[in-house]
Ligand binder design. Structure first.
Ligand SMILES: NC(=O)c1ccc[n+]([C@@H]2O[C@H](COP(=O)([O-])OP(=O)(O)OC[C@H]3O[C@@H](n4cnc5c(N)ncnc54)[C@H](O)[C@@H]3O)[C@@H](O)[C@H]2O)c1
Length: 360
């Protein structure tokens, strides 16, 4: 392996461009190659890398095998449509490459299982993108939970109210299909907020959900989800995700406990309160004592845009490789998020409560 980790980005669409930017801008990484089944997409991105990102022009290929054989490729970023993640990731892992997979890990648990087996056999670092775990707000809330500062966690409200117009779903044949998108507002967009919810509240036990397709056409999947989730700790959460909320309002997560609460809205910590002593009274005083500013003091900001957030996750991947440890978001964490999404769909289809552990 060369001093810098050489990456190949596979899939040069919307998110592949971000990965190329993050890799070329990041310390300890180098963009060696770009792969896309549509050569023109890879060529265009290679031009951007040279012209806009100020890095040397990566090699371009339509052949994954050819790129995996290159000695300057140590790692692969999988940025193809969701239902093809396992197909690419397993081949990359079998070639012994560290692998970063876009979210969701894939669209089905059998595919996630194939990635898990290949990752175990390869013994390299396998990470799944969930960049919001690295937001300062998420880190502050998780640290407070770990330290028990919110007391017993009792409930959470996770809500993603976004807008995606018909043009978005029409922009790629794979969008809005069960086979390649694996779902709609929850699998594609809401999975970020759901992953944070699981990171904060722990293991989900069961799910009761209703889904609907309300504001789009030529789409197989849902654009709106309402669900409840019960956790192993006994905590309860409501989960709402929609791409039918014009003009798109926020991704919001409220976490509540017997000694404190936090609210993250559009990646920012807008409310935080943790009891400091015996100051838990009988009626509380909602809205007072917002400690968010002091909690964030000294926490490096680093920007909340997509590239900044993904840069923080790439830094974790590089550190995991250097330290021989698991990344913060690996196959087990991403598989749990996928199982929970699948439980939502199975519950909506059956009209009954579904245990997450029973989802196959
Ligand atoms: N982390 C995030 O915030 C975030 C944001 C957007 C998308 N994503 C994820 O990124 C993935 C891609 O989404 P997108 O919006 O970039 O899609 P896209 O349609 O813009 O790009 C996908 C690219 O993959 C290429 N491709 C398809 N099959 C291929 C194959 N077998 N080998 C090589 N290339 C292939 C396509 O030609 C296309 O260029 C999805 O899984 C999506 O969920 C994540």
């Amino acid at each position: 392996m060369t001093a810098e980790l050489g990456f190949a980005v596979v899939g040069c669409g919307m998110i592949g461009g971000h990965h190329a930017q993050v890799i070329t801008g990041g310390a300890g990484m180098r963009l060696a190659a770009l792969v896309d089944v549509e050569e023109e997409r890879a060529t265009k991105l290679a031009d951007r890398v040279a012209a806009e990102f100020g890095a040397s022009r990566p090699a371009v290929s339509t052949s994954l095998a050819e790129v995996l054989a290159r000695p300057d490729v140590d790692a692969v970023a999988v940025c193809v449509p969701s239902g093809l993640h396992a197909e690419i990731a397993v081949v990359a892992l079998e070639a012994g490459k560290h692998t970063v997979i876009e979210k969701p890990i894939d669209v089905g648990l059998a595919a996630a299982g194939r990635i898990a087996s290949a990752a175990d056999a390869a013994g390299v670092v396998t990470a799944v993108i969930s960049q919001h775990r690295f937001d300062p707000a998420s880190q502050v809330v998780r640290r407070a939970i770990d330290a028990g500062r919110f007391g017993q966690l009792t409930s959470a409200v996770a809500s993603l109210s976004w807008w995606r117009g018909q043009g978005y779903y029409d922009s790629g044949d794979w969008r809005g299909t069960w086979a390649l998108d694996g779902g709609g507002a929850l699998m594609n967009q809401g999975v970020h907020t759901l992953d944070l919810l699981l990171w904060f509240l722990g293991t989900p036990v069961d799910v009761h959900a209703t889904t609907a397709l309300l504001a789009h056409e030529r789409v197989e999947v849902e654009d709106t989800v309402a669900a409840t989730i019960r956790f192993e700790s006994g905590a309860l959460a409501t989960l709402h995700a929609t791409t039918a909320a014009f003009p798109g309002v926020s991704a919001r997560l409220q976490v509540h406990g017997t000694r404190g609460s936090a609210v993250i809205d559009n990646d920012e910590l807008v409310y935080f309160h943790a009891a400091t002593g015996d100051d838990v009274d009988d009626y509380g005083s909602a809205g007072s004592g917002n400690q968010a500013a002091e909690e964030l003091a000294g926490v490096p900001d680093g920007g909340l845009d997509l590239a900044s957030a993904q840069s923080r996750q790439y830094a974790d991947v590089l550190a995991a490789i250097a330290e021989g440890r698991a990344p913060l978001v690996g196959v087990p964490e991403a598989t749990l998020a996928l199982a929970t999404v699948r439980a939502v769909y199975e519950s909506a289809a059956a009209g009954s409560t579904v245990r997450v552990a029973d989802v196959r």
